[in-house]
Design a protein around this ligand. Sequence first.
Ligand code: ZN
Length: 387
Amino acid sequence: MRPLIPDDRLNAASLKNAEKARYARHFTLPEVGPEGQRRLKAARVLCIGAGGLGSPLTMYLAAAGVGEIGIVDFDRVDFSNLQRQLLHDTADVGRLKTESAKDRLSAINPEVHVTLHETRLSAANAAAIAEPYDLIIDGTDNFPTRYLSNDLAVLTGKPNVYGSIYRFEGQVSVFAPHLGGPCYRCLFPEPPEPGLVPSCAEGGVLGILPGIIGAMQANEAVKLLLGIGDPLIGRLVHFDALSFRFREIKLRRDPGCSICGDSPTLTQLEEIQFACDMTPPSLPEIDVHQLKARLDDDTSFVLLDVREPAEIEVACLPGSVKIPLGELSQRLHELDPSTEVIIHCKAGGRSAKALQILLDAGFENACHVQGGINAWSREIDPTVPHY
Ligand code: ZN
């Protein structure tokens, strides 16, 4: 495999004495050596997301001396991030993740240049953001951005180092159809139906898992930049942390793939509509201030909490009836259709689904709470933990 960083860029990169000392253990590896280290210094890597996967991978890339690290993220640090997102400290809660990331990476290695893209990656801005970079690393946690990263990488001819995590399991691969193997769409042509795939917030994730998967992504990125070893092209590695088993799955490019196939139909970036945690507009809803007024006023309604028991341990509103969304259809008999039901969850996604179930079952007087208990924590009562 040829190094991703061409010789003209290599020739323009030189190392100071302090850098020679810093990278001494790379110098003694024949596969890296002073030349490989200069190649890393000349490299420009774009990391999409500064969360669970973005934390280990950007920290290792910075420590390894990758010269330019770009980070795309629009989010702010939340307490519930700290269990796995080691880029950010407790004191960073509330700050932009990009800024907190830059502080951490600069502290690890001041020789590295960190460029921040404080925005949500979209079909409109993705190509311009990615343009200067040699390689894209997908550290996202949602399907629209995952498809966008894939499509961006295919259309711009840059490798996409893919990783994903859920509960105790993770996956890693390198998608680079121009170098061989498939793209993400060859495996999964279209995003799943909204609601079929639970988010990390609903399903949970072991805090150590992104450390393992993200470090593997950093490993593949450095190999591609240097052109050493066998990259994970055409192979997907699945890791189960509970059984500690790795499985390798061989992957083939799909000639009918809509973006990397023989007759592609996707020739420019498209926004993917995937209502992950969004509320269908037609459902009746109230905001947390209206809920507060109702709770202060009367108790003639049922407040239904459709979150999981573990979430209720973290934060809950007194007096609520608790039925997890997954059990709601079987436990509808516990609710009286003639009583008004106000449903809430964490952020408004699951409560919308629960409301639809109630409406389908003939409940006429039901609504759900916009923004869920996290909005309550932000706007009404900060002593209720935000997670
Ligand atoms: Zn493909």
